[in-house]
Design a protein around this ligand. Structure first.
Ligand SMILES: Cc1ncc(COP(=O)(O)O)c(C=O)c1O
Length: 411
């Protein structure tokens, strides 16, 4: 057994972020949001600067900063007025909130399978999942490239549905002539510590719709406290929260956004080399990138062909470990397919059957194993996920990884 390969950790922060934090500390204003109808209802100067810069970098009219992508997704569903008994189309391969968020509104997650090559919601499978109760579609730009948003948007338009795009993995990535995350009604990005750029915890929502932007801002800061003062009667009935981003995090995020183009370019260069080397082995397929999209390579998913490798995936992964290389989170696949989580398998134990018991008999959702054949096949037999695809790793590091893969196939 070779000793584990060593890689430097990913650290996108430097003196610029440190200085930005010091400047905020000197002001003593760490989160000057106010709960009244006042310019400060929308947050401090760094929060508002981050929103302006984010909107500009993504070519979109409005960006609203949140303390996480999770908060932004919750506010997004609320802004789209998702209600009890509505159905929301989701995917089963993502971080769990991408599928569980509708349950916070007693809305019902309806799973749609993913594409076998790009791993995002498969537009060809959406229409079969639409019912008179469907309210919204929640596609995820998994691993680093946009879902097929033109196709998804066309289906949404045909059926009068809203689109909330979880673009957590794809900040400032080109897609279909625009930017990933900006092609639905609302798009959401994450700035948590594990993302390409981060401020510890944070998120943003973007939209071109002025009404949705206002709703998102209200929901971020306890909505109901100010709608009366605003004299608006069309915005009543919203249950907001404290989803506010602090000035320290916003100041860090501003510096991070300036570095983003360089960080993406570095990942793309490394990915080019790794893809070339792994594809050449003949039993692996590096991520396919849609012709009009850019990949952020937040993660690097690889498809493993057991027949061509003449061994099963588990054997290959343990050979790889013997070569000193460990995959993302030690696991094969990405995350447990979400429909198989206890939340969906045992709903009566956790939520007294809500919201599924709002539906009449034959409309009840099933989350049985086998529901998402592509997701389950990728997870159970084909997918390997690598995370060592960031600066300051070098092309030489990509070669070291590829050499370990080659040796694991021969072992
Ligand atoms: C696809 C996706 N959506 C949402 C989230 C939630 O992000 P946050 O931690 O900022 O709430 C994550 C976080 O890992 C994610 O990967």
């Amino acid at each position: 057994m070779k000793s584990p390969m060593q890689f430097p950790p990913y650290q996108p922060h430097g003196p610029e972020e440190l200085q930005a934090v010091v400047e905020v500390m000197k002001t003593g204003q760490l989160s000057p949001f106010l709960g009244k109808h006042d310019p400060a209802f929308h947050g401090g100067p760094r929060v508002q600067e981050l929103e302006d810069r984010w909107a500009e970098a993504h070519g979109v009219n409005h960006a609203v900063a949140f303390n996480s992508a999770t908060s932004a997704l919750i506010a997004g569903l609320a802004a789209l007025r998702v209600s009890p008994g509505d159905e929301v189309l989701v995917v089963g391969y993502s971080m769990c909130i991408s599928a569980s968020a509708p349950l916070l509104f007693d809305a019902i997650p309806v799973f749609v399978d993913i594409e076998p090559d790009c791993f995002c919601m498969d537009p060809a499978k959406i229409e079969a999942a639409i019912t008179p109760r469907t309210k919204a579609i929640l596609p995820v730009d998994l691993f680093g490239q946009s879902a097929d948003m033109p196709a998804i948007r066309a289906i949404a338009a045909k059926h009068g549905l809203r689109v909330l795009n979880d673009a957590s993995h794809v900040p400032a990535c080109r897609a279909f002539g625009g930017y990933a995350g900006t092609l639905g009604d609302i798009g959401v990005y994450s700035l948590n510590q594990h993302k390409i750029i981060h401020c510890g915890e944070g998120g943003l929502a973007v939209t071109n719709d002025e009404d949705l932007a206002l709703r998102l801002k209200l929901l971020r800061n306890h909505a109901e406290a100010v709608v009366g003062e605003m004299g608006r009667t069309d915005l009543e009935g919203m249950v907001g929260g404290n989803y506010r981003l602090g000035e320290l995090e916003a100041a860090i995020a501003i510096e991070q956004l300036k570095k983003l183009p360089g960080l993406l370019a570095a990942r793309q260069e490394l990915a080019g080399r790794l893809a070339e080397r792994l594809n050449a082995l003949g039993f692996l397929e590096a991520p396919r990138v849609r012709a009009t999209c850019e990949h952020s390579y937040y993660l690097f998913p690889v498809l493993f062909d057991a027949a061509k490798a003449r061994m099963d995936r588990q054997t290959f992964v343990s050979n790889l470990k013997h070569q000193g290389y460990e995959l993302y989170r030690l696991a094969v696949g990405y995350v447990e397919p979400l429909h198989l989580l206890p939340l969906f398998q045992k709903p009566r134990e956790f939520r007294a059957g809500y919201p599924w018991n709002l539906l009449a008999g034959e409309a009840k959702q099933s989350y049985a194993p086998g529901l998402l054949p592509v997701t389950e096949r990728l997870h159970n037999t084909e997918m390997l996920v690598l995370s060592h695809i960031y600066p300051p790793l070098s092309l030489g590091d990509m070669d070291r990884i590829a050499d370990a893969f080659a040796a694991a196939a021969e072992a």
